[in-house]
Ligand binder design. Structure first.
Ligand code: CDP
Length: 244
C-alpha cells in the first residue's frame, strides 16, 4: 500500500468532497433491546454499533471503588470490517483505542454517582473506512445517554488532517492511508474542552491550527446531529405511535 495515488484533483477530494466537508452521517439510538443503552452510526462507509451495560456491581470485588464507577470501554474491529481479514480478538490498536475512549468519556459521565459499579461500553466496528475511533466515541456517548446515565454533556468527535499538502476534514480510508497526517479530536462541546487529541504524521504550527479548527468544526456538526437523534428518540418514546 505504499505506491502514491493522487488524492486531490481539481480542488476536489477522491469522493468529490470539499476540503471542509464531512462525510454523510446517520445516527440511531435504542437499537438493541437487551442493552441498557445503544447507538448505531453510519458515517461515510463506517458502520459502528455501541452498546452499554450497567451500572452494575463490579466483580471481582477488589476492583471496586467506593467513590466511583469504573467506566470500561471495549473497542473491537470485526474480522470482516476491513479488506484484509482482521484476526479476531484484542490487539495493541484496539487496547489503545479502548483506553483513550474511556478517558474521554470519563470527563462527562458522572461516575461518582455509582460507587462500586462498572459501566461497560462496547463499540463494535462492523465496517471500517478510517476515523473509526471518532465514530466509536460518538456512538458510545449516544449509547450512554440512551442508557439514561447522568452526563455533563455529550462527547463529539471528528478528525482532520493533511492530504496532498491540503488541510481537509474527516479523512476517509485512502486519505488516511496515503495522506501526510491524521488528527482525531473529541470535545465536550458545551465547554469547548478537548478530551481526545491524537496525531499521526507531521504538521507545522500553522497547519496544526488549521487542522484543529476543521476537526473542531466537524465535531460541532456531529454534536448537533447527536442532539437531534436523542430528541427524536424521546419524541418517539413520548409519542402515541410507539407501539405500547
Ligand atoms: O479508524 P481510525 O482512523 O480511528 O484508526 P486508524 O488506526 O488510523 O485506522 C485507519 C483505518 O485503517 C481504519 O478505519 C480501517 O479502515 C483501516 N484498518 C485496517 O484496514 N485494518 C486494521 N487492522 C486496522 C485498521
Amino acid at each position: 500500500m505504499n505506491e502514491k495515488i493522487e488524492l486531490i484533483k481539481d480542488g476536489k477530494r477522491l469522493d468529490g468532497r470539499r476540503f471542509d466537508e464531512i462525510r454523510d452521517i446517520s445516527m440511531k439510538v435504542g437499537v438493541l433491546k437487551k442493552a441498557s443503552g445503544s447507538a448505531y452510526i453510519e458515517w461515510g462507509k463506517n458502520k459502528v454499533l455501541a452498546g452499554v451495560y450497567g451500572p452494575r456491581e463490579l466483580h471481582p470485588k477488589f476492583l471496586q471503588n467506593p467513590t466511583r464507577a469504573l467506566l470500561r470501554c471495549t473497542y473491537n474491529l470485526a474480522p470482516f470490517s476491513v479488506d484484509d481479514r482482521k484476526k479476531p480478538g484484542p490487539d495493541r490498536r484496539s487496547v489503545e483505542i479502548s483506553k483513550v475512549t474511556a478517558e474521554a468519556l470519563e470527563s462527562v459521565v458522572m461516575v461518582e454517582r455509582y460507587p462500586n459499579t462498572v459501566i461497560d461500553v462496547f463499540m463494535e466496528v462492523l465496517q471500517a473506512d478510517a476515523g473509526t475511533r471518532c465514530v466509536g466515541l460518538t456512538a458510545a456517548s449516544l449509547a450512554l445517554a440512551d442508557a439514561g446515565i447522568p452526563m455533563k454533556d455529550l462527547v463529539s468527535a471528528c478528525a482532520a488532517g493533511k492530504v496532498d499538502g491540503e488541510i481537509v476534514v474527516d479523512l476517509m480510508k485512502e486519505e488516511d492511508n496515503y495522506g501526510e497526517c491524521d488528527l482525531p479530536l473529541a470535545v465536550i462541546p458545551r465547554k469547548n474542552e478537548v478530551v481526545l487529541l491524537q496525531m499521526d504524521g507531521k504538521l507545522t504550527r500553522e497547519e496544526f491550527d488549521k487542522t484543529y479548527r476543521l476537526a473542531l468544526n466537524g465535531a460541532m456538526k456531529v454534536y448537533e446531529m447527536q442532539k437531534e437523534t436523542l430528541k427524536a428518540r424521546i419524541e418517539h418514546i413520548m409519542g402515541e405511535d410507539n407501539g405500547y
